[in-house]
Each structure stands twice: as C-alpha cells, then as structure tokens.
Write a protein that binds this ligand. Structure first.
Ligand SMILES: C[S@@+](CC[C@H](N)C(=O)[O-])C[C@H]1O[C@@H](n2cnc3c(N)ncnc32)[C@H](O)[C@@H]1O
Ligand SMILES: [Zn+2]
Length: 582
C-alpha cells in the first residue's frame, strides 16, 4: 500500500528516520534518545570486545594443540562479510564462549577448521515503531541481522512502514514480526547474541524467556521504568515481580538497579546460567542494565556470594549488608554455605531503633571498569554520532569514577537531617573519610550520593566531630540524632582538604550531572491509551490540557495511571514513625 506522506511527520534520530502518524498511534518517546544512544555505545563496545575474545580464543586453542591456525587479523573480517559455516554451534559462537563461561572456554579442544565469527544477531524484542532496531542496523558497524518483534499490529505495521522508508539497507538488515516476544525467545534458545528488552514498566514477564534466548557470552540489555515499584512504593508488588524486597531510602535508584540484576540472575540460574554485568545505569525515569549471559553449572554456585540482604535502620538510615551465602576452602576445592547472620543486633548500635530488612539485591559490582572505560572512550571518539552525547558522556564519566565494590551509598543531607545539623560540604566530608584512610566516590544516580567503604561507626564519628564545631539545638533524648550525639567520637577526625576529595572529572570540570533538556522529560503513556487528567504527573499539565481540549467534553474516561508514574519517594520520617517501632 502506498504511503501518503501528508499523514505523517518525519522524526529523525541518529541515522534513522521514522514516520509518525499525525494521530500518533505508535509509541515514540523523545526522552528515550538517551537510552538508545547508550545502548548503541554498549553495542559498539560489545562488538569490539567479542572480536578480541574470539581472536584470543583461537590463539589459545592453536597454542594448546601446537598448531598455528591461518592468521587473519580482525580488521580482515569486514562488517559485510558473510561468515562461513562454523560447525556445530551453527553461528552462535561468541568470542571466548564455550558453554562454561569465560574461564572454561580455554579448555575446549582445538578444532582444525577455523571458526569464523559471524556478525552478532540482535533481537529487539519489544520494538514499537522500530526506531531502535533501525538505529542499531544503520549505525552499529559490524552488526548482523536485527529481528524486531511486537505483539501490537499497529506497531508492527508502523515498523514495517519505517523499514521501507529507510531504504534497502534497512529492509535487508531488519526483519519485523507480529508475535509475542516471549514465545519467540522461548522457541529460539541461545539464538541471539544480543537481546534488548525495552518494555513499558516492568520487564519481569520477559526475563525468563530472554535469559534463555541469549547466546553464551551474549549481551542482554534490559530497561525497567516501574521505578515506583522498584524504589519501594509497593514493596510487596516488587517482591512478586522481582523476588526482592525494596526499602525506601536515598539510594533507592541504585537499589532498583541491584534488584533488577538479582532478578535476572535468578532467572538465569534456572537454566544453569549466570550473568556478568558490564554497565548498569539509572537515567531519567528508568533503570537499564547491560549484562552478559554465560552457562556454567559450577560458576552458578557463586551466585549466593553475589547477593545480599540489607538492613536499614528506621531511626538513622544506617545500613548494613548481609551476604546470602559464603564459600570456604575445602582441600583443593570450595565448599558453599549459607551466610552467617544476623550482621546487626536487634537494635541499631548507633541510635537504638529497629531495622527493616530488604533484598536480596545484587551486591557484586554492577559495572565492569574495563567496559565502562572502553564505552566512554568510544563515545568520545564518535561525538557526532550520538545525538545525546552530552548526557551519556556525563553519565558514563560519573560511573567511571564509582567505587565498584561498594553497594549503595550515603547521602550527606540525610546524615545531617538525622542530627538536625547543617551539612558539611561534600569536599569536606570526603576529605574526612579519606584522611581516616577509607575510600570514597560519588554515585551516578545522584549528585548527593557518597559511596565509601568506611563503616557506619566512622561516618557517625565524622558527623559527631562536625557537630562539635557546628552545634545543634537540643532534641528529645529519644530522638535518633540525640542518641548518636550522646556518644563521644572515638576517632580524631581530620577535616583538612584531602587532595583526592574532588573526583578527576570534578577537577577537570567535566560535566557529571546534566539537567533535563526540556519540561516533562519522562515516561509516556502506553500507545493507544486514553489521556486523562490523571496523567498530569506523567506528561505534564500542558500536554494533558492540549489533549483534553482537542476532545469533546465528557469524552474523558477515568483510567489508572501506569506504574511508570514515580511518586514522591522521600522517606517522610515522623516522630510517630520512629516511636511506633522502638
Ligand atoms: C516501550 S515500547 C518499545 C519502545 C522501543 N523499544 C523504542 O526504543 O522505541 C514497548 C513495546 O512492547 C510491545 N509489547 C508489549 N508486550 C509485548 C509482548 N508480549 N510481545 C511483543 N511485544 C510486546 C508494546 O506493544 C510496545 O510497542
Ligand atoms: Zn540507627
């Protein structure tokens, strides 16, 4: 059928153009350019890493068999080259990937026939207009076939129209199908080198099939926009969707990332698989994780060591992590056991109040430093190719400075709020921590976050010493702040400026946090849904008014706001709140 271009607006993002029907039936959210750009940056890094790993595997096999394979350097494998038949894995080979993950790969016996590395096959499982699939196909050098799915006929029709509109290269590289992504992923196990999940709200119903569809060593990219749920507004809903209990706190966005990672790992474990996170990002109104998936029944035993419950004091917000499992040496091997606990007493040692317990969350690193550096360098070297360059560069810069082995973070304002004192400057507080010989970094999720390996006792000593020079008004003796301040500090705190109190990016005055480029930069309503006054918090007054004014009176229908609508998550701690559990 011919397209009447007058019915459409052309939207260009990166090197893709899509036709948006003036009645706007299919999902397009401009704010997701950050998400798409970040994913392209990770895909580029993945392709180059995969090539390196493949070459390393070939040389290792050659060395171990004493045979030297015909040398062919990576640059000779052109992006358009049709790979040769590669034996029993039918094109599913990834760089280092034997079934048993990165380390075990080297043990695989050498096969004389050279295995070509096929370009990675990508599944965009929830593709809507196809914009993302198109961008991957057009912009990512060395990419293979992109399969774009959607179970909504209008979206698939739009996607196919957009493929045609972008020309032959797009129609040959991207295929679009009307189907339930879960069925497609289940019926195509280990078929895709990259699986992208970008749903409305929670990805939970797609995780089980997605972890099975990724090839060994492949990449799963997954968005979750149900931040209210992940951040603790409905703990029980989060538990039912992700198998983890969230607690409200200043670190809730990082906790959201760690809940999502733990949930993906749990799904992977069901199939003797496990994940290795390369990058985990909280941006705008969602979280997005990039993880590699491997198969190994033995490596999987380490999962409980990568998960923790966490205790959060209801009085002073001090938090403590408790590992789900532990490992002990046993002769020449390892024995696995349940974690030892509880790591905290019944009442908080700092303020005397009770703890809430959340989790389990992913407590191992959620980024791989080498990947982050290579993604960031890649982005910087191709500035013009990223419409959201400033944003993704600033986020990656901040992530590159995060302490990897410190889950969650403190918030200076919250510490000062508990003591009801003025807050020391971040540089001063960081200096005090570093002068006490602990490490400290920021967090990409908030400019107020402070990651440190200093124990809570040290943190409260720093604050006690600060208050000695910045006295506070007396509070009731039961108030958590009064209890904390009633103890003398055991540490002599040195607030003198430490040379490392500013991060490298701060010293170089590189952007680390950027404001939103425009008003209502956030989630959009599900395609086809009626917009009502209830959607103000999602898309803003103007957009709602514009929409409602364009409709006849009385046409407005009441409808639930989606979970994407993030409520005020600040912990409103009242005296009663504290008293009720003490
Ligand atoms: C948020 S949109 C995707 C946006 C797209 N990834 C982008 O970057 O432009 C989510 C899409 O998932 C589709 N969807 C929801 N459930 C699905 C399922 N079970 N199988 C396939 N598609 C599904 C919806 O129709 C919708 O088009
Ligand atoms: Zn406490």
């Amino acid at each position: 059928m011919e397209i009447d271009l007058n019915d459409y607006t052309v939207i260009k993002e990166g090197e893709a153009e899509i036709l948006m029907h003036k009645k706007n039936k299919v999902f397009f959210n401009k704010a997701q350019v950050n998400n798409r750009d970040m994913s392209i940056a990770v895909l580029r890094a993945y392709i180059s890493k995969r090539k390196q790993e493949h070459e390393a595997m070939l040389s290792k096999r050659a060395r171990s068999s004493g045979k030297v394979p015909v040398k062919k350097v990576s640059s000779e494998v052109s992006k358009e080259e049709t790979p040769t038949e590669n034996g029993e894995d039918n094109g599913k080979t990834n760089g280092e990937t034997s079934q048993d993950g990165p380390k075990e790969a080297a043990k695989t016996t050498y096969e004389p026939a050279r295995r070509e590395l096929k370009p990675p096959r990508v599944l965009e499982a929830l593709s809507a207009s196809g914009l993302r699939a198109l961008r991957y196909a057009r912009e990512v050098e060395g990419i293979g076939q992109v399969v774009a799915l959607d179970n909504d006929p209008a979206s698939v029709e739009a996607c196919q129209r957009n493929l045609k509109f972008n020309g032959l290269m797009s129609t040959s590289k991207v295929e679009s199908h009307l189907t339930d992504a879960r069925v497609h992923m289940l019926t195509n196990p280990k078929e895709f080198d990259v699986v992208d999940l970008d749903p409305y709200g929670a990805p939970s119903i797609f995780l089980d099939s997605a972890v099975q569809s990724v090839a060994d060593g492949g990449l799963l990219m997954c968005t979750a926009t149900d931040m209210a749920v992940l951040c603790g507004a409905n703990g029980e809903v989060c538990y039912s969707k992700y198998g983890s209990y969230p607690l409200k706190g200043k670190y809730c966005h990082e906790m959201a990332l760690r809940i999502l990672l733990a949930s993906i790992e749990s799904h992977a474990n069901r199939y003797k698989r496990y994940i290795v996170p390369v990058l985990s990002v909280q941006m705008d109104f969602y979280v997005r994780v990039f993880v590699r998936v491997y198969t190994s029944a033995s490596a999987m035993k380490n999962t409980p060591l990568k998960l923790s419950y966490f205790y959060q004091c209801i009085g002073c917000d001090s938090f403590h992590l408790q590992s789900v499992g532990r490992s002990l040496p046993k002769n020449k091997s390892v024995r696995y056991q349940a974690g030892v606990g509880p790591v905290v007493p019944q009442d908080c040692t700092h303020c005397g109040k009770k703890y809430n317990m959340g989790g389990p969350i992913w407590s191992a690193p959620m980024h791989d430093q080498e990947w982050v550096t290579s993604i960031l360098n890649g982005v910087k070297s191709m500035k013009d190719r990223y419409p959201a360059y400033d944003k993704i560069c600033s986020v990656l810069t901040t992530i590159s400075e995060e302490l990897l082995d410190v889950p969650l973070f403190l918030c200076l304002h919250s510490l000062s709020g508990t003591l009801k004192c003025t807050s020391p400057s971040a540089a001063m507080f960081r200096s005090a921590v570093m002068n006490a010989k602990y490490r400290v970094s920021g967090s990409h999720v908030t400019p107020l976050g402070i990651k440190t390996d200093a124990p809570m006792e040290v943190i409260w000593d720093i604050m006690r010493c600060w208050v000695k020079n910045h006295p506070v008004k007396a509070q009731s003796p039961q108030h958590p702040g009064s209890v904390i301040l009633s103890k003398e500090p055991s540490l002599q705190v040195d607030f003198s400026r430490h040379v490392g109190s500013l991060s490298k990016a701060q010293v170089k005055k590189e952007a680390r946090f950027l404001p939103n480029p425009e008003k209502h930069w956030g989630p959009k309503i599900r395609a086809g849904r009626q917009i009502t006054s209830k959607h103000v918090s999602l898309i803003g007054h103007e957009a709602v008014n514009d929409h409602l004014n364009g409709h006849k009176e009385g046409e407005e229908k009441q409808e639930d706001v989606t979970e994407d609508d993030e409520p005020e998550l600040k912990r409103q701690k009242t005296e009663e709140d504290i008293a009720s559990t003490s």
